[in-house]
Design a protein around this ligand. Structure first.
Ligand code: UDP
Length: 383
């Protein structure tokens, strides 16, 4: 019997646990928190009865059919389209940038082709190969849209100038020359009817999975297992002894109201003068429910301190250099594989986490009963 230990009961850990238990392994899952589902955790709010996304809004989206089919075995996902609004300069617009945003912002009635031609005109063509977030935005949309929607928001979110950030962060968001205001370009989107925590609980509901909540996994426990999968922070595994990898964390300031506070699940705030990045009103993530009261969270981003919850890996040059030292050490370990957002220090969404956990489980199963070693990483964290 193969004994597996998994650090972290988020999507990475839960999918791995399930797959390996179904393959005949005995699995122990450890999480230092008192609940499963990591930062996707949801809980029914005692005051309002609203299903609250405790660590901020999570909208499940993927174009990966395998992931979509897999996750729906563990809970019903109700179709949900995230239609974000943005307030900037005292006006409200639609996000991601689409034809309505462009036309309203410039007071125009452009057709798709006209808007595209206009973008070519206002985009900074002197920037041939954009080297950072700011250059990417200026190249693509010009200064006015960049300053209204991205400069202030990104400065608040990351605590630094967008010129210091990689262009890849901007590329998360589509720009559309039509009226499609769906925040995501993914084929499948939805929100679990009973919340993410119920989905993760269902993943973990297997007779060969034992769950240890409120329990920090110590490296010394590793000797009791044939293999460990760590979805916790890679620097924590090594006792932070090379230094701490930088993260952004979030503070959520709660307000309770009656009725409808903002008329939408998420409203972003583009102005630097407004200290929060966005406000989310969680009952709008479950439009199939009805609640008289409402709860909203103003979201503030700041540098993650030792006692805080890590959310967004910063991944600039200094962090990547430090990461490479941990990666080198991880590759010298023989019985541990690092997975997920924290284990690989990458800004990845839920569906990517699930796809990678399924691949990792597959890789491990192929090697079972052979002397083929399991690598420290199935996806290169430096790639
Ligand atoms: N962003 C922005 N303005 C917005 C929304 C996003 O400048 O109104 C930038 C910001 O830098 C953010 C990135 O785009 O970090 C990715 O946004 P996304 O909504 O994907 O972030 P998440 O939901 O993961 O926080």
């Amino acid at each position: 019997m193969t004994h597996i230990s998994i650090v972290g009961a988020g999507f990475s850990g839960a999918v791995l646990a399930r797959e390996l238990a179904e393959a005949g392994c005995k699995v122990d899952v450890f999480d230092s928190r008192p609940h499963v589902a990591g930062n996707c955790h949801t809980a029914r709010d005692a005051q309002t009865d609203v299903m609250v996304h405790t660590y901020g809004p999570h909208i499940f989206h993927t174009s990966n059919e395998k992931v979509w089919d897999y996750i729906r075995r563990f809970g019903e996902f109700v179709p949900f389209v995230n239609r974000v609004k943005a307030i900037t300069g005292g006006r409200v617009f639609s996000l991601p940038l689409n034809l309505l945003t462009i036309n309203q912002f410039f007071g125009k009635t452009f057709s798709p082709a006209e808007a595209e031609a206009f973008f070519k005109e206002v985009g900074d063509s002197s920037i041939e190969s954009p080297a950072n977030f700011e250059e990417q935005a200026l190249h693509l949309m010009g200064r006015d849209l960049y300053e209204a929607f991205f400069k202030g928001y990104t400065t608040k979110q990351w605590g630094m100038s967008p010129s210091a950030l990689p262009a890849s962060i901007l590329k998360r968001l589509p720009v559309r020359f039509n009226y499609d205001d769906n925040y995501y370009a993914s084929r499948y989107q939805g929100i679990p009817r009973d919340g993410y925590t119920a989905v993760v609980e269902n993943l973990l509901a297997h007779p060969d999975i034992r769950l240890h909540l409120g329990t920090r996994f110590e490296r010394s426990y590793s000797s009791d297992y044939d293999h460990v999968f760590c979805s916790g922070p890679i620097d924590a595994w090594f006792g932070y002894d090379e230094g701490r990898l930088g993260y952004r964390t979030l503070d959520f300031v709660r307000e309770d109201h009656t009725g409808d506070y903002q008329g939408n699940a998420v409203i972003n705030y583009g102005d630097l003068s407004v200290p929060w990045t966005r406000i989310s009103e969680h009952k709008h993530f479950a439009p199939w429910e009805s609640h008289e009261k409402t709860v909203v969270f103003k979201e503030y981003s700041r540098l993650c301190d030792e006692a805080d919850t890590p959310y967004y890996p910063i991944r600039l040059v200094a962090e990547k250099t430090l990461l490479s030292r941990y990666v080198e050490r991880a590759r010298q370990e023989s019985k541990v594989t690092f997975v997920g957002r924290l284990g690989t220090y990458r800004y990845i969404d839920m569906h990517v986490t699930i796809a990678e956990a399924l691949d990792t489980a597959e890789r491990f199963k192929e090697g079972m009963g052979t002397d083929q070693p399991m690598p420290a990483f199935v996806v290169d964290p430096l790639g």
